[in-house]
Write a protein that binds this ligand. Structure first.
Ligand code: ATP
Ligand code: MG
Length: 569
């Protein structure tokens, strides 16, 4: 799929068409449709996650690619779980991903029409009110190999059914006391065709229709019809709906009475599954409600809002969706591919910066106390136009604690007693001495700098193998750095029969460094500004950041640290 969206397939002729593109080109070619109209149909009962991003990239991407349209439709047929907060969050996320819907719709806008159609089916003898309780209905549904049992209420007269549906609608029954069912075939090999429910009673306030209704259509009785009303040509959904397709078609055929007339067409693709990741909205809600995370936008959440806060870019998510491609069979994608996508994008766009996360002080004993130099640091080696910035160099510096070892092995190319290292954009220094406190912790390193070794005009002739980053103590700014890692430490946290997914929460998924140091210009970083902290990883400013208290989130390390652990690389 080409989400950037050029109409021309000649331009993209090198990528073979996927099965949906093949279908669309056939439908356009033989004049079945003049224009491609797709839709993305979220239920506003939670925040969008990376799986939805894939569905969004697909439906919006195809509309762009074929110069058609993609609608946003809220599938709001269950008032109990749906809220306006979710509607707003979903719109924000789709826009942030870079997609524009042609028009915004709600299944609830069609409640009148759907009800009329239900009446029509009753009049045709194709629907009936069932008095059985949900448990009885389930118990008499049969199994895939054994037919179900017909309801004793199945052959009610049209008049009685009309009276009962009216009474249901008027609130004369309580939740679960009656249900409207389609009269299809209790022996169908497809369980979804065994007199499926069309309407159920729910005495709950709806986020848009308030208390106007107390009966609500089921997904199956709303989706195809909504597609029809909007003139959708290609209705793309995930594979679990494949078995619903005969019902989708059946309802439309019964309602429309126009064999061969226009129909939206449902096509299924494999949902995105990621290892180390939970994507069930119910479980994500549980993580939020039980406070395992700070909210839907906790940077460890696989939600779009969490990923945005974590530092993912829209392009990285779109590129990921494209790389994953679309398949007809379910599979599991390695979350490392997602991490790779964000690294790849941030490598191109993120400004480099120096940050010392675990500082130890270095005193350059031969560097004058009042002296200060400005070193020129490259903002982004991948982008010449990003230019350079000055960084102040002086006698007292911070370096990373782990860039020094008291007793380093031979292959350690950084600092140790008597050893030399280059300070990036600065000088070569040599460690002369170090000071420890009572607990054995190193508190200060004493080094000498080599005056002839300044980067760019080095005449020292000294070759060193290691280069490290640093910050001048005088100019370093204290910052909080939140080191995020995967939320789960198991590849398939929800896939264990005997264990709850919560048992696989990674206890190290967040480590807060209260006093790291960053370049002083980062005080002014605005929330979501991206940086590569050299040698450390990609970071972005958090929503909590202020000039007084800068806060940064680790988006992703420079290299995949999990690959080593699992022996994959
Ligand atoms: P629910 O269990 O609440 O129905 P859902 O994840 O199916 O959760 P919807 O809001 O119904 O949520 O999903 C909107 C659209 O996104 C649907 O068309 C659905 O098929 C698609 N979608 C959901 N999860 C994924 C996924 N993991 N990969 C690809 N598409 C997905
Ligand atoms: Mg759904």
């Amino acid at each position: 799929m080409k989400v950037t969206g050029n109409n021309s397939n000649e331009e993209n002729s090198k990528t073979p068409l996927n099965f949906i593109e093949v279908m669309i080109e056939r439908d356009l070619g033989n004049g079945l449709h003049d224009e491609v109209i797709t839709r993305f149909p979220p239920e506003p009962n939670g925040y969008l996650h990376i799986g939805h991003a894939k569905a969004i990239s697909l439906s919006f991407g195809l509309a762009q690619q074929y110069k058609g349209k993609c609608n946003l439709r809220f599938d709001d047929t269950n008032p109990v779980t749906e809220e306006d907060e979710y509607v707003q969050a979903i719109k924000k996320d789709i826009s942030w991903l870079g997609f524009k819907w042609a028009s915004e719709h709600y299944a609830s806008d069609y409640f009148d029409q759907l009800y009329e159609w239900a009446i029509k089916l009753i009049k045709k003898g194709k629907a009936y009110v069932d008095d059985q309780a949900a448990e009885e209905i389930a118990a008499t549904r049969g199994t895939p190999t054994r037919p179900g049992k017909e309801s004793p209420y199945r052959n009610r007269s049209v008049e009685e059914n009309l009276r009962l549906i009216e009474a249901m609608k008027n609130g004369e029954y309580e939740d679960g006391e009656r249900v409207l069912r389609a009269k299809i075939d209790m022996a169908s090999p497809n369980m979804h065709m065994r007199d499926p429910a069309m309407y159920r009673i729910k005495k709950a306030s709806h986020h848009r229709t308030g208390d106007t209704w107390c009966i609500y259509p089921m997904y199956d009785f709303a989706h195809g019809q909504s597609d029809y009303i909007e003139g959708i040509t290609h209705s793309l959904c995930t594979l679990e709906f494949e078995v619903h397709r005969p019902l989708y078609d059946w309802f439309l055929d019964q309602i429309l009475d126009d064999p061969g007339g226009y129909r939206p067409r449902q096509t299924e693709f494999a949902r995105l599954n990621l290892n180390y990741t939970i994507m069930s909205k119910r479980k994500l809600l549980q993580l939020v409600e039980e406070k395992y995370v700070s909210g839907w936008d906790d940077p460890r959440m696989p939600t779009i809002s969490g990923m945005r806060r974590r530092g993912y870019t829209p392009a990285s998510i779109r590129n990921f969706s494209e790389k994953v491609g679309i398949a007809k069979r379910n599979n599991i994608i390695d979350v490392a591919l997602l991490e790779h996508s964000v690294r790849e994008d941030l490598n191109r766009v993120a400004q480099r910066a120096f940050a010392v996360l675990d500082p130890v002080k270095v005193v350059l004993t031969n560097y004058p106390e009042d002296k200060e130099e400005e070193m020129a640091a490259v903002n982004n080696p991948e982008d010449e136009t990003a230019g350079k910035r000055p960084i102040k160099f002086s006698r007292e510096l911070y370096i990373e604690r782990d860039d020094f070892m008291e007793d380093p092995p031979k292959k350690f190319f950084r600092l140790g007693p008597g050893r030399m290292v280059r300070l990036k954009y600065g000088y070569i220094i040599k460690c002369i001495d170090y000071i420890k406190d009572e607990s054995g912790k190193i508190t200060e390193l004493h080094c000498e700098y080599i005056p002839e070794s300044r980067s760019g005009s080095d005449t020292s002739g000294i070759k060193v193998k290691g280069t490290i980053h640093w910050l001048a103590v005088r100019h370093a700014v204290s910052a909080e750095v939140r080191m995020y890692d995967r939320l789960f430490n198991d590849e398939d946290p929800a896939g264990h029969k005997d264990k709850d997914f919560l048992e696989f929460l990674n206890p190290d998924s967040l480590k807060v460094i209260k006093h790291a140091f960053v370049e002083d210009r980062l005080k002014h970083a605005k929330p979501l500004d991206h940086f590569q902290f050299e040698r450390k990883g990609y970071f972005n400013a958090d929503y909590d950041a202020t000039p007084e208290n800068p806060v940064f989130n680790l988006t992703v390390t420079l290299r995949d640290s999990w690959a080593k652990l699992s022996g994959k690389n």
